[in-house]
Ligand binder design. Structure first.
Ligand SMILES: [Ca+2]
Length: 422
């Protein structure tokens, strides 16, 4: 018994030393796809080893075994407008996808609306067998929601599923400064987080939260259900809003009364600036932190890492800025509602090929591993442990295990390494 306890203690110490190393400086990125046409998002059905890449021109491509499959999984290029902040902007596979093949997309289409576009959420179906399907039936589109845009910008762009509901983030309608105060207007669907009951064949749009300017990217933590919104700022502040899964419906994130934690403008009928009813960001990036921004600034909300490759990183939220080309991360303490240090990860994540710039998404595959989507050069990069982390970890493990009273368990150590190396 005494020997066994000492062995367990030794191996635990080895595992701790290993995980601290990976957590401290053990990250890298590897280019896994290139030659894509204006990619904006990556996702996958839960447990599917493939990656489904959304191209803004109207195609969804499948990355399988390091190759992009032909033909595309979905091709609706003729229905999509591609100028400005437009196009096919996201796709989501609900948990029921393996049973019924149904998935949802969000895109903008040319229209006679004042902004020249109309936003659409539609349901499509993969061709059977669903779990391994490589093509969807583009000819059978089921409209779920549409909304004519008053201006061409601030179109939101993300769909996500939580607890049987489909969520859509919509911008304030566009222009600048929310001229018609739509984000605070309960009679308008702009500037809102909407949700749809997926148990309904034709679900109605329900306002879940308001006071958003342009939540281009938001996500749910796949373990906790907490909501992370990257809301693009106006002139001064980019913000991240984090809301626990159990928060009530009807939160007001402040725009255009407030831009981040600063007052922006009084809005008739809305709470005043700093009113306690407003939900303020958990962290924000003042524009003053950027040095000579190349094209302005626009936050790209990301995702919480929940993969298997880097266990010490689980729970860490990664985000970027489309224009500035940096990647940051922080850890949100759901119980205390506090935010850990915001860490600039950019130098750690320099990839083997290409670069992490013009990121339109940091999103997840079917196992919670993270991908960086570069719109400008058409590439996709995957977050991985730093090369050699596993070998170094094994060295530490072997050294410490050798001090134990009996030989280490080879199967156990391989298990640790495998978990960190994939
Ligand atoms: Ca806000």
């Amino acid at each position: 018994m005494r020997l066994r306890l000492r062995t367990v203690a030794c191996l635990a110490a080895a595992a701790l030393a290993f995980s601290e190393r990976v957590g401290a400086a053990g990250l890298s990125t590897v280019q896994v796809a290139s030659g894509l046409s204006a990619p904006v998002y990556a996702t996958a059905p839960t447990g599917d080893a493939r990656v489904f890449i959304v191209e803004s021109g109207g195609r969804i491509r499948i990355l399988k075994d390091s190759a992009i499959l032909e033909p595309p999984f979905l091709d609706i290029q003729g229905r999509v407008s591609t100028s400005c902040e437009c196009g096919l902007l996201s796709a989501v596979f609900p948990p029921s996808y393996a049973q019924d093949g149904a998935f949802y997309v969000y895109y903008t289409a040319p229209s006679s609306a004042p902004g020249g576009i109309t936003s659409h959420v539609s349901r499509f179906h993969a061709k059977a067998p669903f779990a391994t399907s490589t093509t969807a039936d583009a000819s059978h589109e089921e409209p779920i929601f549409s909304l004519a845009q008053p201006y061409s910008n601030h179109n939101g762009g993300t769909l996500a599923v939580r607890g049987g509901f489909l969520y859509l983030g919509l911008g304030d309608g566009g222009s600048g400064g929310d001229p018609e105060n739509r984000a605070q207007d309960d009679n308008s669907l702009f500037g809102k987080l909407l949700r749809f009951d997926l148990s309904q064949q034709n679900p109605a749009a329900e306002v879940w939260a308001k006071g958003l300017r342009n939540p281009f990217r938001f996500s749910f933590d796949r373990v906790t259900g907490d909501l992370y919104i990257g809301d693009v700022g106006q002139n001064k502040r980019e913000e991240i809003d984090v809301t626990p899964a159990g928060a009530p419906q009807g939160l007001n994130y402040g725009w255009a009364v407030m831009e981040g934690s600063e007052c922006y403008k009084p809005v008739p009928g809305a709470p005043p600036c700093h009113d306690p009813s407003l939900t303020l960001p958990v962290t924000e990036l003042p524009h003053s932190v950027y040095e000579t921004p190349p094209c302005g600034v626009a936050i790209t909300g990301g995702s919480v890492y929940r993969g298997a490759a880097i266990p010490s990183l689980r729970g860490e939220y990664f985000f970027s800025d489309y224009c500035v080309g940096k990647v940051w991360s922080f850890r949100w303490d759901g119980a205390g509602g506090t935010v850990g240090p915001v860490v600039d990860r950019s130098s750690e994540l320099v990839p083997d090929q290409g670069q992490l710039a013009n990121l339109t998404a940091i999103s997840e595959d079917g196992f919670g591993e993270l991908y960086f989507v570069n719109l400008n050069d058409g590439s996709l990069h995957k977050l991985l442990p730093e090369p050699g982390s596993c070998a170094l970890g094994l060295s530490a493990l072997a050294m410490l295990a050798a001090l134990c009273a009996r030989p280490r368990d080879p199967a156990g150590s391989r298990g640790l390494c495998r978990e960190n190396a994939l």
